[in-house]
Design a protein around this ligand. Structure first.
Ligand SMILES: Cc1cc2nc3c(=O)[nH]c(=O)nc-3n(C[C@H](O)[C@H](O)[C@H](O)COP(=O)(O)O)c2cc1C
Length: 209
């Protein structure tokens, strides 16, 4: 399957086969390549909690306002992100040559250290890119998915045991579709989505200093 096919055929499935099992090997196949998803300064904010027991899926479905696909899918992958991931700079750059490691850790501290909203933005960006990678990889493996943010954050945190300095970026139901997704509803026209050079269509007056 090409990336183009995966992008065009992935759909958000609402009805999963509850009998379909995703074993540890399948979870590994799904998530191992996702670890290569890019992150700002290689900080790797993302963490993945894979819940497969009926008790966990039912508790998550309750937190997700009873959305049926959360209980019937094979696994709920909670994409978490560590908000102060800049604190891991020394760890993720430890095997770089010393001058590079020192300059990266200094730059990362200066960039994120006093900027909590930027830390949070980065956590969302990193988690979102990883979430898309999971859905594409699942499609390639013949699996179906449904991303969702329709859940009560406090309740889902409680169920999943998420610490306060991490966020739940998205839950992704993974499994085998029992019924196909609803027919696609209208997509915005590419003419509206793709703009060349400047969004406002105006000429560049002067370069920023
Ligand atoms: C950030 C995000 C949140 C979503 N939340 C939910 C949700 O709570 N429940 C649900 O059934 N689908 C949810 N979806 C799926 C969207 O409804 C779906 O992607 C959209 O309608 C387009 O359909 P498609 O994914 O089948 O192409 C979500 C998708 C995204 C990207």
């Amino acid at each position: 399957m090409t990336v183009d096919e995966a992008l065009r055929t992935r759909r958000s499935v609402k009805h999963f086969d509850p009998a379909f099992v995703l074993d540890d090997a399948a979870v590994g196949e799904l998530l191992a390549p996702v670890a290569f998803t890019p992150t700002s300064f290689n900080l790797q904010h993302f963490r993945f909690v894979v819940s497969r027991t009926p008790a966990m899926k039912q508790a998550l479905a309750a937190a997700a306002y009873g959305q049926e696909q959360v209980a019937s899918c094979s696994a709920v992958v909670a994409v978490l992100a560590k908000i102060p991931a800049h604190e891991d700079a020394g760890r993720v750059w430890h095997d770089a040559p010393e001058p590079l490691r020192d300059s990266m850790t200094r730059t990362i501290a200066a960039f994120y250290g006093a900027a909590p909203s930027l830390q949070r933005d980065e956590a969302i960006r990193s988690g979102s890119l990883a979430a898309m990678a999971i859905m594409l990889r699942a499609t390639e493996l013949g699996l179906d998915t449904c991303p969702l943010i329709g859940f009560d954050d406090d309740a889902a945190r409680e169920v999943l045991g998420v610490p306060v300095d991490h966020m739940i970026v998205l839950l992704i139901c993974v499994g085998r579709a029992l019924r196909p997704a609803h027919p696609r509803v209208g997509r915005l026209n590419l003419d509206e989505l793709i703009v060349t050079e400047r969004y406002d269509g105006q000429p560049l007056v002067s370069s920023p200093k």
